[in-house]
Design a protein around this ligand. Structure first.
Ligand code: ADP
Ligand code: MN
Ligand code: MN
Ligand code: MN
Length: 339
């Protein structure tokens, strides 16, 4: 009998930053759509999601994409939400469930998000390509660089973007970042649930493909202390009205709302973000909210093109690389669209 492999992927309960988990289900026949995928259970006591006594939790498939790494198009990656053992109530670690409600309420506004995921490659306990002792040459030549003295890990980056494309993830670009061994890929611009699901799947692919290369990717916002750039996940946002003539007024009207809730936003913008949002290295200090056009030292930047044409989107530069996109897109929708 023909069978295929479904890799069930979920987000665990680690604090302050949740991690990805997955296990393989072998299913008879061929993939017949998301609805055909069975629910599954796992041991929540091994993922910081349950006590030992009643540890079974439920996995509900919410998105399935072709697994680009095996099965020649027959195998799937299956992103799941975690539910309590009753199978009905979302587990407290399930941050997608609250986003579902907010996405439904704001659907008519047609919100789009584009996420710029920065990350840092490590080999053992050193950033990839860094010398055994001391440091590489100071930052300056690495951003969008080329050449084996400037760039470390491109093989993995190229393989990862190819895999994302084969999986149907809306990846729209990649670039080498300011710190050597630091990279970025962008996903979007699509709806809040779609972009968040796809970002988690793209992160899973990055870690999984790193296994083949003996390279680990970290999303820590400040992987190397000192005069080296941190890693963020700039979150670009627009509603339909912002994308149409007159949109600039709507973008500007959102700024005081965002300023008023700055602290609430920072709370869900990723752990250890204090180390990154210092006011140096293209950031605004963590306690300050300021917005401006083309200003990379601001909390929120209005891109040049948006400023010039009078409509478009804005970029929230505050989220750290390790942020949970379910929480970040939810709070942006709440603050900008529901208050
Ligand atoms: P940066 O100049 O900040 O490095 P990038 O090119 O890396 O910008 O990323 C820009 C992101 O903005 C992409 O993910 C893209 O999909 C997203 N984007 C473009 N237009 C919109 C829009 N109207 N609404 C939301 N996001 C958008
Ligand atoms: Mn970018
Ligand atoms: Mn960047
Ligand atoms: Mn950016």
């Amino acid at each position: 009998m023909r069978k295929y492999k479904a890799e069930y992927i979920w987000i665990d309960g680690q604090k302050p930053t949740a991690k990805l988990r997955s296990k393989t289900k072998i299913i008879d026949g061929d993939f017949k759509g998301l609805e055909s995928l069975p629910e599954w259970t796992f041991d929540g006591s091994s993922t910081y999601q349950a006590e030992g006594k009643s540890s079974d939790l439920a996995l509900k498939p919410v998105r399935a994409v072709i697994n680009p790494l095996r099965g020649d198009g027959r195998d799937y990656l299956v992103l799941c939400e975690v539910f309590n053992s009753d199978g009905k109530t979302p587990h407290p670690s399930n941050t997608r469930a609250p986003l579902r409600a907010v996405a439904e309420k704001t659907k008519a506004l047609d919100p789009w998000f584009g996420l710029e995921q920065e990350y840092t490659l490590f080999e053992g306990n050193r950033p990839l390509g860094w010398p055994d002792h001391g440091f590489p040459a100071p930052q300056g030549g690495y951003y969008c660089g080329v050449g084996s003295d400037e760039v470390f890990g491109r093989e993995l980056v190229e393989a990862h973007s190819e895999a994302c494309m084969r999986a149907g993830i809306h990846i729209v670009g990649t670039n080498a970042e300011v710190m050597p061994a630091q990279w970025e890929f962008q996903v979007g611009a699509i709806g809040p649930l779609e972009v968040s699901d796809e970002l988690w799947l793209a992160r899973w692919l990055l870690y999984r493909m790193g296994e083949e290369f003996g390279i680990s990717a970290t999303l820590h916002p400040k992987p190397v202390k000192g005069d080296w750039n941190g890693a963020g996940c700039h979150t670009n946002f627009s509603t339909k009205a912002m994308r149409e003539p007159g949109g600039m007024q709507i973008i500007e009207a959102a700024m005081p709302k965002l300023k008023a809730r700055h602290e609430d936003h920072i709370k869900v913008y990723g752990a250890h973000n204090t180390e990154r949002l210092t006011g140096l290295h293209e950031t605004a200090p963590i306690n300050v909210f300021r917005w401006g056009s083309s200003d990379r030292g601001s909390s929120i930047r209005i891109p040049l093109q948006t400023q010039a044409q009078g409509y478009g989107y804005f970029e929230d530069r505050r989220p750290a690389a390790n942020m949970d996109p379910y929480e970040v897109t939810r709070i942006l929708l709440e603050t900008v669209c529901l208050l």
